[in-house]
Design a protein around this ligand. Structure first.
Ligand SMILES: Nc1ncnc2c1ncn2[C@@H]1O[C@H](COP(=O)(O)OP(=O)(O)OP(=O)(O)O)[C@@H](O)[C@H]1O
Ligand SMILES: [Mg+2]
Length: 314
C-alpha cells in the first residue's frame, strides 16, 4: 500500500430494491470508487440518482445486492468501523422537546461519554457549529439551518475519522450554506475525511476536493474537482480594451467571445493553448491589456449537464 490511506473503497457495489413480489428497482449499480483519506469527497447527482442508497450501503444500513466494499479498512457493514464514523442524515429527526445540550447529552451517553468530558465535548461542538449562543432553544424552535448544525454536532460527538453528510446544505439560505462549507473545511483541516452527497452542485463545487457524478444509479464521471471542471473546457484569455477591430481579428482563433462586462473585461475562449496564445498576441499587439491566459473552467453544473445529457433516452 502507498502512503495515502484509502478511507472508502467499493467494487461493483450494487443495490437493487425489491418492489412488491416481482418488481425491482435499481438504487445504485456497479459502483467502483476510492475515497482517499483526508479529503472532502462529493457524490453528486440529481434526485433519485442513488446517492442516499450509496451512503446507506457504506454505513451498513443497507445490504448490497452485489459487489463489495471497505470503510476504514473493514468490510462493508462490519461493526469494526462504526465507532469511527459520523452520519448526518438528509432531514435529521430529533426529539423536539429537548434543547441542543440536552440532545447532545442524550446521544453522548449512547457513545459512553459521561461527566465533565461529555460537557466539555458538548460545549466545543456547539461552538464549532455556531450554536453556542442559541443552545437554550428547544429543537422545535429551531430553523432548518439550526437543526442541520445540531445534526453535525451530534455526528461529531464520538470524534469520528470519517463523516458522512447527506444533503448538508439542503434548505439552508446562502449564509447557512457558507457556514456549512466552513464547518466541512474545518473538519478537513483537522485531518478528517468527509463524504458528502448532494444534488446542489453550486454548494458542492467550492467545497469538494474530488467528485463523483452519478445519474440513474450509474457512475458517470469521477476525479479531482479541478480536472473535472477543466476537462474539455479549453483555454481562455481575459482582456480589457478590446477594440471592435481587434475583436474581429481574434474571432477566427476563438471558440467564443464573452463580454465586455461592466468592467470592460472580455473573455475570449479558445480550443487549445496555442490558439489562446495567438489571441493574446493579437490583442496585446493592438494595445489591449491581457489580464490572464490560462485553462478555462466550467462550472460543475455545466459539466453535469454535459455528462447527464449524454444518456438521453437510456
Ligand atoms: N426503499 C426503497 N425502495 C425502493 N426503491 C427505492 C428505495 N429507496 C430508494 N429507492 C429508489 O432508488 C433510486 C435511488 O434513490 P436514492 O434515495 O438513493 O436517490 P438520491 O440520489 O439520494 O436522491 P435525492 O437527491 O432525491 O435524495 C430511486 O430511483 C429511488 O426511487
Ligand atoms: Mg438522497
Amino acid at each position: 500500500m502507498g502512503e495515502i490511506g484509502i478511507a472508502i473503497r467499493t467494487e461493483g457495489l450494487t443495490k437493487v430494491y425489491r418492489i412488491g413480489i416481482r418488481g425491482t428497482h435499481k438504487g445504485i449499480g456497479d459502483l467502483t470508487m476510492e475515497v482517499p483519506e483526508g479529503l472532502i469527497y462529493g457524490l453528486v447527482g440529481p434526485n433519485g440518482a442513488g446517492k442516499t442508497t450509496t451512503l446507506k450501503l457504506l454505513l451498513g444500513l443497507l445490504f448490497p445486492t452485489a459487489g463489495t466494499g471497505e470503510v476504514l479498512g473493514h468490510p462493508l457493514g462490519s461493526s469494526e468501523y462504526k465507532a469511527r464514523i459520523g452520519y448526518v442524515p438528509d432531514g435529521p429527526y430529533f426529539y423536539d422537546h429537548l434543547n441542543a445540550p440536552e440532545l447532545l447529552r442524550f446521544y453522548g451517553t449512547l457513545f459512553g461519554l459521561r461527566g465533565p468530558a461529555l460537557e466539555q465535548r458538548i460545549a466545543e461542538l456547539l461552538e464549532l457549529v455556531g450554536m453556542a449562543d442559541r443552545a437554550h432553544f428547544r429543537v422545535h424552535e429551531y430553523s432548518k439551518g439550526m437543526r442541520q448544525r445540531v445534526a453535525v454536532a451530534q455526528a461529531l460527538l464520538n470524534d469520528p475519522d470519517l463523516i458522512f453528510l447527506d444533503e448538508p446544505t439542503a434548505g439552508l439560505d446562502p449564509m447557512g450554506a457558507i457556514q456549512m462549507r466552513n464547518i466541512v473545511l474545518d473538519l478537513r483541516a483537522r485531518g478528517k475525511t468527509v463524504f458528502l452527497c448532494s444534488h446542489l452542485l453550486k454548494d458542492m463545487e467550492p467545497m469538494c476536493d474530488r467528485v463523483a457524478i452519478v445519474s440513474r444509479g450509474q457512475l458517470k464521471l469521477e476525479g479531482p474537482i479541478d480536472e473535472v471542471l477543466q476537462a474539455g473546457a479549453g483555454y481562455r484569455v481575459r482582456t480589457t480594451g478590446l477594440s471592435a477591430e481587434t475583436r474581429a481579428k481574434v474571432e477566427s482563433a476563438a471558440t467564443e467571445i464573452v463580454g465586455p462586462d461592466e468592467e470592460g473585461v472580455v473573455v475570449v475562449k479558445a480550443a487549445d493553448q496555442r490558439q489562446a496564445l495567438e489571441i493574446a498576441g493579437l490583442a496585446a499587439g493592438d494595445g489591449s491589456e491581457i489580464l490572464e491566459v490560462g485553462p478555462d473552467r466550467r462550472t460543475l453544473e455545466e459539466v453535469f449537464i454535459d455528462v447527464v445529457e449524454g444518456q438521453a433516452g437510456d
